[in-house]
Design a protein around this ligand. Structure first.
Ligand code: NDP
Length: 330
């Protein structure tokens, strides 16, 4: 059956401009890190991706190494794109990244020119695309001169393989340094994709939001639900084999019981707001206009639909914000 997108899709979800650029992102983007790769039946992945698009999510986030097996998330997205989404290419913001381990040998990771150029070529092939909308250097490279990374990203834009470039997992200082080079080169730098959620606020404390704002760029928040901690899943217990991302490991520093207490206190406020914890966690991030989009992951349609109800209540009273701060600062 030929897929036809829901005609009301742009009425369902807020979208926002990235700083004062021409790029507009849905408030929520959909990421394919480890939820729709080689371990999932294609039929399910297709359902989730198309449901996302029908719900107003027109940005899909990938990376060379996503899967779990390298490249398989991009292959999944590529299959759905070729079969169903191709007619909508001009509506879509498709993003990918390179820098984590992608192929054997020393050139299969980090941000040297050869690595970034080769990685993007492979990503384009896997997804069946001529270009991506944003190409990110996925992590800080301590050994490659920053100017080489910036020039490689600039070249990729000049070659027409990406419309905008970004960085990911750079701290405020690193972001300021590369933004300065981009400014000299005239490269369309659009933002930094970093871990940011109610429980992990490094993006606020290290000044990253200000640096991005000063550079006409936005923050794209990944892991907004802290890999599922900020949902109703872990209100009673967090299993010992819980797959925490390295950026959120610090959340366990006062022990599991303390974290579960915090989640329950947050959940209570969410309920008073008529929301689930995940819906409140998304709304909370989006109260800051410098957050251009939050990237969620889900492996089933039910989770996706549940989360998207966040937009029913986007405003926070002063009292709610104060209570949330007091819970989070305990
Ligand atoms: P989330 O914070 O959205 O967490 C996703 C997890 O939450 C999944 O385990 C999902 O479970 C669970 N979940 C989602 N909704 C619900 C719900 N309503 N009820 C219960 N559980 C729920 O994000 P991710 O950590 O997955 O990251 C999202 C995206 O961010 C990635 O796909 C990737 O694109 C990007 N990212 C970027 C990184 C970078 O270095 N730049 C690093 C990490 C992520 P289930 O799968 O069962 O639905």
């Amino acid at each position: 059956m030929v897929y036809a997108a829901d005609e009301q899709r742009y009425e369902k979800l807020p979208y926002r401009r990235v700083s004062d650029s021409g790029l507009i992102l849905p408030a929520v983007s959909f990421g394919l890190w480890r939820n729709l790769g080689d371990q999932m039946p294609l039929e399910n992945s297709k359902k989730v991706i198309l449901k996302a698009f029908d719900s107003g999510i027109f940005s899909f986030d990938n990376a060379s190494n996503y899967g779990p097996s390298n490249g398989t998330a991009e292959e999944t997205f590529g299959q759905v794109f070729r079969q169903d989404l191709k007619p909508y290419r001009d509506e879509l913001v498709i993003t990918t990244k390179a820098g984590y381990h992608m192929w054997p040998g020393p050139l299969g990771e980090f941000s040297g020119k050869k690595t970034l150029v080769a990685a993007l070529d492979l990503s384009l092939q896997r997804m069946g695309l001529d270009y991506v909308d944003i190409f990110y250097a996925h992590r800080w490279d301590p050994n490659t001169r920053l100017e080489e990374t910036a020039r490689a990203l600039d070249l990729i834009v000049k070659q027409g393989k990406a419309l905008y470039v970004g960085v990911s997992n750079y701290n405020a200082e690193q972001t300021a340094a590369i933004a300065k080079i981009f400014e000299t080169l005239g490269t369309p730098f659009i933002g930094n994709q970093v871990s940011y959620n109610m429980l992990n606020r490094t993006a606020e404390s290290d000044g990253l939001l200000e640096v991005l704002d000063q550079n006409h760029a936005g923050l794209v928040a990944y892991g907004p639900l802290a890999e599922g901690l900020l949902t109703s899943k872990y209100l009673n217990d967090i299993p010992d084999d819980y797959p925490i991302h390295r950026t959120n490991a610090v959340l366990f520093e006062n022990g599991k019981v303390d974290l579960i207490d915090k989640l329950n206190a947050l959940n209570e406020i969410a309920q008073q707001r008529g929301q689930s914890l995940s819906q409140m966690a998304l709304a909370w991030l989006l109260k800051d206009r410098r957050v251009a989009s939050v990237v969620i992951g889900a492996s089933n349609v039910a989770h996706l639909i549940d989360n998207l109800k966040f937009s029913d209540n986007l405003t926070f009273s002063g009292d709610e914000l104060t209570t949330i701060e007091s819970i989070l600062s305990k």
